[in-house]
Design a binder for this molecule. Structure first.
Ligand SMILES: *Cc1c(COP(=O)(O)O)cnc(C)c1O
Length: 487
């Protein structure tokens, strides 16, 4: 399998690089994002076989099947071992890894609506990012050892990404993590999760500033090419292809749990920010998974909902990005969206390049409402969307708890609210749960008047010793720190 950039033209659309060559890279050199040159097709016989793999051998074996279609430069026995090491009950809490729960009461039965929540958040940091990041940690360690190299991962986080990265990379040979976060802006639980890590290869840096200051520091370091090369700086942000690929697996696992036969269809509703999670759903469907509709749910930061309603993609300034109670979806632009646009426009890399490099830079927006694949039968490429507000979240958390006895987090609440607006009788709707409520306890208290349950291993983490360095928002300061702390 070869990979090309979403901004490729002509011969370059056939791709020059294989999986391990793009694994440790961020953007393609032309500024685009990497995608496989085609989506491998899962025919009826393969889907039937995978259903048996799922039931007989479980998640790790299914992951191996999916990943094998995209990775041909790691020997099969090694890839299988990496999958088995990653997707264990120990790390993800249940034998199914991503178990489904049915939400059912008299009124859903009367309306013939079939609603499931797929739990993606039982990993080490209690958010869905663990599912991809844990694999990435093992892939990085494997590939760096094979090359005899090391890598310093530099990142900025406002919560879930940073902790998922640290828990994936802790103790890994050849990898060091430098993670900046805005001082005092994360929830106490999120801070404790990150800052209590004592592993020598993990460096927490609390910046006097906001998230944008952290991102600016990272950008400043990354654009200093000499420094970047000399200190082997890399990233693990949401545009990394391996993360997206790993996420494809749980769409198949959700489908096999919600259906008995491969003639059935399901829909998914996905709480979305950077369009990474739902982009993996798009890829699963392109491979042949029988998905009816992919429903994109946003919070008040509704860049994506606006696009799927109108065809207009209009990025916001960071000043116009609201701080909400589903903070992991507070984005001004959706960094993975370019991949979907590339497919929507029939893989016309020249047009994608013009849209993202020129049109967006000049006017902050572009309009695809006239693109055939968007308009056709109003299908919008099989997507739908909706948005949810703070009041909706409180209401959804409360009613879900009262009706079904299930406590959901704020991001999942956004999705559940929007899912209800798109349900069709007889067609199972799977809502992806992206975090556990304990991570966003303040809003749960606001909705229910009580604290969410805390998994036993997180008892008292706020009072553990902390390992964190405070820093002013200054690119030179972080460069000095990295230079001092890497070989
Ligand atoms: C990252 C995150 C999201 C958004 O996912 P995208 O892939 O960026 O669309 C939603 N919910 C939670 C809890 C997250 O951590």
């Amino acid at each position: 399998m070869k990979y090309c950039s979403t901004r490729a033209a002509g011969d370059d659309l056939r791709g020059h690089k294989r999986f391990c060559e793009i694994l440790l890279e961020g953007l393609a050199p032309d500024g685009g994002l990497y995608l496989p040159v085609h989506y491998p097709q899962v025919d009826a016989a393969t889907l039937a076989r995978w259903r048996n793999v799922w039931h007989g051998q479980g998640y790790a074996a299914l992951a191996f099947e999916v990943l094998s279609l995209y990775i041909d430069d790691i020997p099969a026995t090694d890839l299988k071992a990496l999958c088995e090491k990653t997707y264990t009950r120990d790390i993800f809490g249940t034998p199914q890894i991503v178990p489904l729960t049915k939400l059912e009461d008299a009124s859903t039965i009367a309306a013939k609506t079939i609603l499931y929540v797929e739990a993606l958040s039982n990993g080490p940091t209690l958010a869905f990012k663990d599912l991809a990041m844990q694999l990435l940690g093992n892939l990085f360690e494997y590939e760096l050892a094979r090359r005899g190299e090391h890598l310093n991962i530099l990142g900025a986080t406002s919560g879930d990404t940073g902790s998922a990265a640290e828990y994936a990379m802790r103790g890994k040979k050849g990898v060091r993590v430098f993670m900046t976060s805005p001082l005092g802006r994360m929830s106490p639980f999120q801070q404790a999760q990150m800052f209590s890590l004592m592993d020598e290869n993990i460096h927490n840096i609390a910046v006097d500033g906001v998230f944008d200051d952290c991102q600016d520091m990272v950008k400043a370091v990354s654009s200093d090419l000499d420094f970047k090369r000399k200190h082997r700086i890399g990233t693990v942000n949401s545009i990394n292809w391996a993360r997206l690929m790993a996420q494809v697996v749980y769409y198949f696992a959700g489908y096999f749990q919600a259906t008995r036969s491969n003639l059935e269809k399901v829909s998914f509703t996905v709480p979305s920010g950077n369009f990474g999670n739902v982009c993996a759903g798009h890829i699963a469907r392109m491979m042949g998974l029988p998905i009816d509709t992919l429903v994109v749910a946003t919070n008040e930061n509704d860049v994506l909902d606006e696009f799927f309603r109108s065809g207009v993609y209009r990025v916001r300034s960071s000043a116009d990005t609201l701080e909400t109670s589903s903070p992991s979806m507070d984005i001004s632009k959706a960094s993975n969206f370019e991949r979907f646009v590339f497919d929507l426009l029939g893989r016309d890399g020249v047009r994608v390049k013009a849209l993202f490099e020129t049109t967006l830079q000049q006017g902050g927006r572009f309009d695809l409402s006239a693109a055939p694949a968007f308009e056709e039968a109003g299908s919008k490429f099989g997507f739908a969307s909706g948005k949810s507000t703070h009041a909706d979240r409180l209401n959804t958390i409360r009613t879900t708890f009262e009706r079904f006895g299930i406590l959901i987090d704020t991001h999942t609440a956004d999705a559940l609210k929007v899912a209800r607006e798109h349900q069709q009788p007889g067609l199972p709707m799977i809502v992806l749960e992206t975090a556990l409520p304990i991570k966003f306890a303040a809003t749960i208290v606001e909705a229910l008047g009580r604290e969410p349950d805390r998994p036993p291993k997180f008892e008292g983490i706020e009072s553990l010793p902390k390992r964190v360095t405070r820093m002013t928002a200054d690119a030179q300061a972080i460069k000095n720190y990295i230079a001092q702390h890497c070989r």
